[in-house]
Write a protein that binds this ligand. Structure first.
Ligand code: FES
Length: 123
């Protein structure tokens, strides 16, 4: 099992919503932070560049893929934690399709491969 880092955009708000605070992204962050198991870091971020499909989160695991999801809501915290668990348990670092919450099947924005291993400085 890998530790997963979950970045939640706290500046996200849905188009057409009023500007009342806290924003939906901030409420989503608070929900994820309260539900995430120990070992997962939950970090606030100001804008993931996915504003048209907010609310947005990104998640990454060491030596695994990084995922960006959108079209979430302030009430999506449970689904975020479930998706993070799938990534944490994935032996190949790829979040499996099976078992993903529906919002995480429809809301995939991008998946980014892990960086290549660092070259040995002695080469
Ligand atoms: S404000 Fe959340 S992705 Fe831009």
């Amino acid at each position: 099992m890998r530790d997963v880092v979950i970045h939640v955009c706290v500046t996200c708000r849905r188009e057409g919503e009023d500007s009342a605070l806290p924003r939906p992204g901030e409420r989503l962050f608070e929900g994820v932070a309260s539900l995430a198991p120990t070992g997962n870091a939950v970090l606030p971020v100001a804008c993931l560049g996915n504003c048209r499909r907010s609310c947005s989160v990104a998640m990454a695991a060491p030596l695994g893929w990084t995922y960006v999801f959108g079209d979430l809501t302030a009430e999506s915290a449970g689904d975020v934690v479930l998706a993070a668990r799938l990534l944490a348990d994935a032996p190949d670092g790829l979040m499996p399709w099976r078992g993903r919450p529906e919002a995480f099947k429809r809301g995939l924005v991008a998946r980014i491969p892990p960086p290549p291993p660092a070259k040995d400085a002695a080469e």
